[in-house]
Design a protein around this ligand. Structure first.
Ligand SMILES: [Zn+2]
Length: 210
C-alpha cells in the first residue's frame, strides 16, 4: 500500500469508527507509521466520519508537518508518537470513545474476565491507565507502563486506545475491545462462567501454531 492509499485507508477506518458510534463529533484519532520519523495522523477539529485523504497530515517524530496542510495534527499526536517510540514493531494506533469500553473506563474497571476466546487471543486483559488530561503529556505518561504487555488499554474517564502491526489489526482490536466490554455489561456476573486455565492453554497453543 502506497502513502496515498494509506491516507484513503485512514479515512475508511474513520468512517467505520464514526458509523459504529465509536466516536462522537470530532472525537478520536488514528495514525500510521510509514517509516522511522515519518507518520500519517488525523487532523484536529474534523469528524473522523467525514475525512478526505487531503486532510490526513504527514508528520515527523516530533509532530512537525512534513507536507503542506492547512489543518493541524490531532491534539493527541504526542500520545501516538510516544507509543511508536516505545513499541518499535507496531504500525498503527487507534484512539476512540466506544460507549461500552468508555463506560468501563469511567468506572475505572479493566476488562479482566476470560469469557470470550477471541478477546483472550486478540487482547488478553485490558487494564485501565490512570486519568490524564487529554492532549497533554499526562496521557502518554500514564499509558507507558501498559504498552509492553498489552494490545490495548482503557483511559480512565476518557476512552480506549489500541495498537497493532497495521491499521486493520489496531482497528479490529478496538472492535473486539468494545464487543468484550459490551458482553461484560450484558452478562449476569453471578452466573457467568470463565474459560478454564486448561482451555486457555489449549487456545493459545492453537493460535500460536498459525
Ligand atoms: Zn479521546
Amino acid at each position: 500500500m502506497g502513502t496515498e492509499e494509506k491516507k484513503e485507508y485512514i479515512c475508511e477506518i474513520g468512517k467505520r469508527l464514526y458509523e459504529r458510534e465509536f466516536v462522537a463529533a470530532n472525537d478520536g484519532n488514528i495514525s500510521i507509521k510509514l517509516a522511522e520519523d515519518d507518520f500519517l495522523v488525523t487532523p484536529t477539529g474534523v469528524s473522523k466520519g467525514f475525512m478526505t485523504p487531503d486532510m490526513i497530515l504527514r508528520v515527523d517524530g516530533a509532530g512537525e508537518k512534513l507536507e503542506e496542510n492547512e489543518l493541524q495534527p490531532s491534539s493527541e499526536t504526542e500520545m501516538h508518537l510516544d507509543i511508536y517510540d516505545k513499541l518499535e514493531d507496531i504500525g498503527a494506533v487507534v484512539h476512540a470513545h466506544p460507549p461500552y469500553a468508555t463506560a468501563r473506563a469511567v468506572e475505572g474497571r479493566g476488562l479482566e474476565r476470560k469469557i470470550l476466546p477471541e478477546a483472550v487471543i486478540s487482547l488478553g486483559t485490558v487494564p485501565v491507565a490512570e486519568y490524564g488530561t487529554p492532549s497533554t503529556e499526562e496521557i502518554p505518561r500514564q499509558v507507558e507502563d501498559y504498552l509492553e504487555d498489552n494490545n490495548a488499554v482503557l483511559l480512565e474517564n476518557h476512552g480506549a486506545l489500541s495498537w497493532g502491526e497495521d491499521l486493520k489489526q489496531a482497528y479490529f482490536r478496538m472492535e473486539t475491545l468494545e464487543f468484550y466490554a459490551r458482553i461484560l455489561k450484558l452478562i449476569d456476573y453471578e452466573h457467568a462462567g470463565e474459560i478454564s486455565e486448561e482451555n486457555l492453554a489449549r487456545l493459545r497453543r492453537i493460535f500460536q501454531k498459525e
